[in-house]
Write a protein that binds this ligand. Sequence first.
Ligand code: HEC
Length: 73
Amino acid sequence: MAEEGFAEGTEGGDAKADIWSNWDQFSGGMEKFQQVSAELVSAAEVGTLEALRPAVGEMGKTCKGCHDNFRED
Ligand code: HEC
């Protein structure tokens, strides 16, 4: 779904033009994000804080990693 949001012709907003010139890196970030999301779902199914904590940390890093590279501000 997120990849569709950045399809050709959607340039603008706070998204850097680098997204489209570094598409492989950006879509790699999307894939990583999907993988981390799946891990977070599994951790939520375990239902303990110990299981959730590292998965939430990974998720946070994934958001920030992509925003640092591809989002203005
Ligand atoms: C693969 C790259 C990528 C990942 C991963 C990512 N984001 Fe973003 N995000 C962006 C980009 C690029 C924008 C700027 C889009 C725009 O304004 O056009 C953005 C914008 C946002 C905004 C502002 C939306 C708005 O309408 O102003 C929020 C909030 C946000 N992201 C939250 C998150 C959270 C929370 C996560 C992790 C759970 C996340 N993002 C993961 C790339 C990413």
